[in-house]
Design a protein around this ligand. Structure first.
Ligand SMILES: NC(=O)c1ccc[n+]([C@@H]2O[C@H](COP(=O)([O-])OP(=O)(O)OC[C@H]3O[C@@H](n4cnc5c(N)ncnc54)[C@H](O)[C@@H]3O)[C@@H](O)[C@H]2O)c1
Length: 270
């Protein structure tokens, strides 16, 4: 159901890889709500060509950009404003990748070169995005910037290894740029901490099925699906949340407030 919440708004959506991606769902919902936007992803991720289907459906153009490259981001923001015909109202940063997780390195055996890559791709890229947006004065007043996070920023999830540090940095960047862009342009910056979700990035984490199941049984509402995350992001891009900023917002069916649930007690007692 559409409420026209984003009618007349222009956006940039990072990170739609395939139909399972959270960014893909956000793009579909933003389109439904009347937004116009460009889609972007790392050039290497576009080889599969899946993003073309989404672009066609949303009537959106695709601008390749490696989010770790300031030069690519400068080109992206310049082109996006030309294509969309004005400043940007919303940005979704839905980017995460850890070479250490991909290669199955345990926390005590991290490759430090890869650790730096994890931080650059999954966290510092968020700083670079806002740095370029600010330098180009590309954001509209009362614009909204959202990045996706995970509760491993605050709690220990052993298999999430160096990504837990990336998420902690990501959330800190949201607070600091939230202050800066809020003062300068009334732009708000938040992170959404999402439940485990069956996507390419999600299922790459060791033991994913177990902690998906565990989180589902701990949360009174169950794990939040990707479609619901998209709904939430749309509200954060809309004018209905103009004074929400510098927050890490839990979108997790209640998981983060739980100690133990009856379902888990039952499982263990069996
Ligand atoms: N899936 C989960 O369980 C879960 C839970 C909480 C938060 N998140 C976060 O949600 C976000 C989106 O992940 P997803 O689960 O939709 O998985 P996904 O694999 O579909 O998306 C990750 C995206 O990051 C992109 N990316 C990687 N390196 C890049 C680079 N250098 N430049 C630009 N883009 C790059 C990939 O191409 C891909 O599109 C990530 O930040 C992830 O950590 C996921």
């Amino acid at each position: 159901m559409s409420y026209n919440l984003l009618k007349g708004k222009r956006g940039i959506i990072f990170g739609a890889l395939d139909e399972k991606s959270i960014a893909w769902k956000v793009a579909m919902r933003a389109h439904e709500e009347g937004a116009e936007f460009v889609l972007t992803n790392a050039p290497i991720a576009m080889r599969m060509g899946e993003i073309n289907k989404l672009a066609e459906h949303c009537n959106a153009q695709i601008i390749p950009a490696d989010a770790t490259s300031v030069e690519d981001l400068e080109n992206l923001f310049t082109q996006a404003q030309e294509i969309l015909g004005g400043k940007i109202d919303f940005v979704l940063h839905s980017i995460g990748m850890s070479p250490n997780i991909r290669k199955g390195k345990s926390y005590g055996d991290l490759n430090y070169e890869w650790f730096l890559k994890t931080l650059d791709i999954s966290a510092i890229s968020f700083h670079k995005v806002m740095h370029v947006a600010e330098k180009q004065d590309a954001m509209s007043e009362w614009g909204s910037i959202v990045a996706l996070s995970y509760i491993a920023a605050q709690r220990v999830f052993p298999d999430y290894t160096d990504m837990s540090h990336a998420k902690a940095v990501l959330e800190s960047i949201a607070r600091n740029y939230g202050y800066r862009l809020g003062r300068a342009k009334k732009v708000r910056v938040n992170t959404v901490s999402q439940s485990p979700t069956k996507t390419t990035a999600g299922t790459g984490v060791g033991g994913f099925d177990a902690f998906f199941e565990y989180a589902d049984k701990m949360s009174p509402l169950g794990n939040a699906p990707a479609d619901a995350c998209a709904d939430y992001c749309v509200t954060l891009f809309s004018d209905l949340t103009r004074y929400v900023t510098m927050q890490n917002l839990m979108h997790d069916g209640g998981f983060s407030t739980m100690g133990i649930s009856e379902d888990i007690v039952e499982m263990i007692s069996k």
